[in-house]
Design a protein around this ligand. Structure first.
Ligand SMILES: Nc1nc2c(ncn2[C@@H]2O[C@H](COP(=O)(O)OP(=O)(O)OP(=O)(O)O)[C@@H](O)[C@H]2O)c(=O)[nH]1
Length: 202
């Protein structure tokens, strides 16, 4: 039996210059521009793919990370299925700002169940020799903040870019399956209360 195509909206957030546009362009067009300009507002690109036999259209929304564009980007958070929090491993401040990005997303999006909303974290620019954020430190932040999985990426070298976007699709599909199973598997106890179970994203 053929399965229907699923449209998923994922949104890239993070400080200006960490490589959000470059990651999107690498994944969708397989190109890298070393002179990439700052995004103004938002841009989006689609890519069709198949994950575990399921046809998916991934709609990737790339937002402007600079503070002055905040009012242009926040209206686009609504309806997102997954948020990709991005920092650059050679820029400590962009890592420290991840919590602010997560808060901003939760404030302006229409997420119904904040505890189980899927986040993926990308530590970009791993091709750079000088690092300011270690992999262990980044993984620890992800664990503490319920934002898994974590990928170390390079849009320049095409390291882990496909893996990261496919992981975003997988966490969304897994979360949807879990809700489906929870509803199917919910039971009515003798007192008439519906029992459901829900897991976290990690
Ligand atoms: N070395 C290296 N440079 C990168 C990588 N990704 C992006 N860059 C460079 O970093 C700069 C900023 O990249 P962008 O993709 O425009 O960053 P952004 O996060 O979209 O920035 P805003 O649009 O301002 O939010 C550009 O000069 C890119 O060429 C990477 O993986 N490695």
């Amino acid at each position: 039996m053929s399965r229907n195509n699923v449209l998923l909206k994922v949104i890239l957030l993070g400080d200006g210059g960490v490589g959000k546009s470059s990651l999107m362009n690498r994944y969708v067009t397989d190109r890298f521009d070393s002179q990439s300009f700052h995004t103004i507002g938002v841009e989006f690109l689609n890519r069709d793919l198949e994950v575990d036999g399921r046809p998916v259209t991934l709609q990737i929304w790339d937002t402007a990370g600079q503070e002055r564009f905040k009012s242009l980007r926040t209206p686009f958070y609504r309806g997102a299925d997954c948020c990709l929090l991005t920092f650059a491993v050679n820029d400590l401040q962009s890592f420290l700002n991840l919590s602010c990005w997560k808060k901003e997303f939760m404030f302006y999006s229409d997420v119904k169940e904040p505890e189980s909303f899927p986040f993926v974290v990308l530590g970009n620019k791993v091709d750079m020799e000088r690092r300011e954020v270690g992999e262990d430190e980044a993984r620890a932040w992800c664990e503490e903040n319920g934002c898994c999985p974590y990928f170390e990426t390079s849009a320049k070298d095409d390291t882990n870019v496909t893996a990261a976007f496919e992981a975003a699709v997988r966490v969304v599909l897994a979360a949807e399956d879990q809700i489906g199973h929870a509803l199917l598997g919910s039971t009515i106890d003798l007192h008439g209360n519906r029992k459901t179970s829900r897991g976290s994203c990690c």
